[in-house]
Design a protein around this ligand. Structure first.
Ligand SMILES: Nc1ncnc2c1ncn2[C@@H]1O[C@H](COP(=O)(O)OP(=O)(O)OP(=O)(O)O)[C@@H](O)[C@H]1O
Ligand SMILES: [Mg+2]
Length: 304
């Protein structure tokens, strides 16, 4: 049995923040970073399912195997997915497309991966759709965690990412999974609500079950099925915020699997994600020891 299987295309990105810029494209993506976090924390059987271009496929296999993650490339694409991400001083980012890899279909997923404790669905740009999620729900007993970021992105004019979604379809999709975690911008696209608590309340009305809204350095909000909670961020200086939400996802599942308590899992995830933002690229020094140490300083409070 696998511990965690992440579905979503890996990307090789260029990143520019007020503090640092990459020279070459570096490995990232929601599925990748969630796997990295889970593996660094101690989950042992971790796999990533996606598509990638011929140009990066060998690098990708090496990058993953070296880090103890099983790669499953279901198809070779013409292009490798990737963005040029540029962050401003406020932490807001623009994404320009460098390449787009192909779709992943449910039929592509080898049956052995259905036998996992957790799925992370972490699309970067529309490579997963409702059909895959529906079929997956019908075929596995695993708990499914959805980061909807790649479901609300479209390629706009001149290759810049714009955000939109079909709200009825999102409602259906969110009803199929066990956990949902958009960031505040994605939450606004899905609900039309800008104010974070109102946004989370609306998300919670759209589905049944635990829902998280992440707010970058302002922490995150959790609806645990009954009550609303505020989870603080660990105070630190961000070098590159890319992947914070992805590491939050992988770390949340690691801790949820251990303690089965949502507030504890979110606090731990917040602590773990703070290690990601201090670094750039896939080799962030996340360890259980350091995440638990930071978790002590991550407060939480019940809101209602
Ligand atoms: N500057 C920061 N300092 C401390 N913690 C942070 C910071 N930025 C993010 N985090 C932690 O990471 C979590 C997720 O961050 P964020 O809301 O930016 O996710 P995201 O936008 O989905 O990121 P990405 O899509 O790049 O993975 C936050 O809820 C917080 O706990
Ligand atoms: Mg995200």
């Amino acid at each position: 049995m696998y511990d965690l299987v992440a579905v979503g295309n890996p990307v090789y990105d260029l990143i520019v923040t007020p503090k640092i810029a990459t020279k070459n494209r570096i490995l990232s993506g929601c599925s990748t970073n969630a796997c990295l976090a889970a593996r660094k924390l101690g989950m042992t059987r971790v796999a990533l399912i996606g598509t990638i271009g011929k140009d990066f496929v060998e690098t990708f296999y090496n990058d993953l195997r070296y880090r103890g993650i099983e790669p499953c490339i279901v198809r070779l694409s013409e292009q490798t997915g990737g963005f040029r991400l540029v962050y401003d001083e406020r932490g807001d980012r623009t994404l320009d497309v460098l390449g787009i890899a192909e779709q992943i279909h449910f039929e592509d997923i080898p049956a052995k991966y259905l036998d996992t404790k957790y799925f992370v669905l972490g699309p970067v740009l529309g490579e997963i759709d409702r059909n895959l999620i529906k079929s997956l729900r019908e075929s596995t007993r695993a708990k499914i965690f959805l980061d909807p970021q790649g479901l609300v992105r479209r390629v706009g004019r001149s290759g810049r990412i714009e955000h939109s979604c079909d709200r009825l379809e999102m409602r259906e999709i969110m009803g199929l999974v066990d956990f949902v975690k958009p960031n505040e911008h994605e939450g606004e696209v899905i609900t039309g609500e800008q104010e974070p608590l109102r946004c989370l309340e609306t998300l919670a009305e759209m589905r049944d079950g635990p829902t998280i809204l992440t707010l970058a350095e302002r922490g995150s909000l959790l609806f645990d099925g009954e009550a609303y909670w505020r989870i603080m961020a660990y105070r630190t200086v961000a070098l590159d915020p890319t992947g914070a939400g992805d590491v939050y996802a992988g770390s949340f599942l690691f801790e949820y699997d251990r303690v089965r308590r949502l507030v504890e899992a979110c606090s731990f995830a917040s602590a773990a994600a703070s290690i990601m933002v201090e670094n750039i690229g896939p080799d962030f020094p996340l360890t259980c020891e350091e995440a638990y140490r930071r978790k002590v300083a991550v407060g939480n409070a019940r809101i209602t």
